[in-house]
Design a protein around this ligand. Structure first.
Ligand SMILES: [Zn+2]
Ligand SMILES: [Zn+2]
Length: 138
């Protein structure tokens, strides 16, 4: 994986670069991601907070997660793209929406989580681990 990894929103107002190899990668099938992103799951790169460098003004929308923490979803106020987030329960790890990478083909998910919320029309790779809720190691 070539560094830095770059990405941004649809209109280009919000951009980011990732300066270190991501900690993990997995698809979140939770109901909140479904509605927020508008797809059956959100492909998530987990990035150490010090490795994520953001430019441009973005807004955050917060929801309470199943574990009682606050999940902040960062989006572009111009085009609405959901770009990255942060969670009050794990402030060292930033989730980044892998669909917003400049080269999304580098994304290699190694797990599916919140599969208990997955839609019947959601198609998953049977060869990677599945977690009903949050993965235990993140
Ligand atoms: Zn935008
Ligand atoms: Zn989710």
């Amino acid at each position: 994986m070539k560094l830095p990894i770059t990405g941004g929103c649809l209109c280009g107002t919000v951009k980011y670069s990732i300066s270190k190899k991501p900690i993990g990668a997995g698809n979140c099938h939770c109901r909140t991601c479904q509605r927020s992103v508008g797809t059956p799951y959100m492909p998530v790169l987990f990035v150490h907070y010090q490795a994520l460098h953001i430019t441009g003004i973005y807004k955050e929308f917060s929801t309470e997660s199943a574990s009682g923490n606050t999940m902040y979803r960062g989006f572009c106020p111009q085009c609405g793209t959901s770009v990255f987030g942060r969670n009050s329960g794990s402030d060292k790890i930033r989730p980044v929406n892998a669909s917003t990478l400049d080269d999304p083909s580098i994304y290699k998910p190694h797990m599916d989580f919140w599969v208990a919320d997955a839609q019947p029309w959601d198609v998953m790779n049977p060869d990677i681990p599945k977690y009903d809720g949050n993965p235990h190691h993140l």
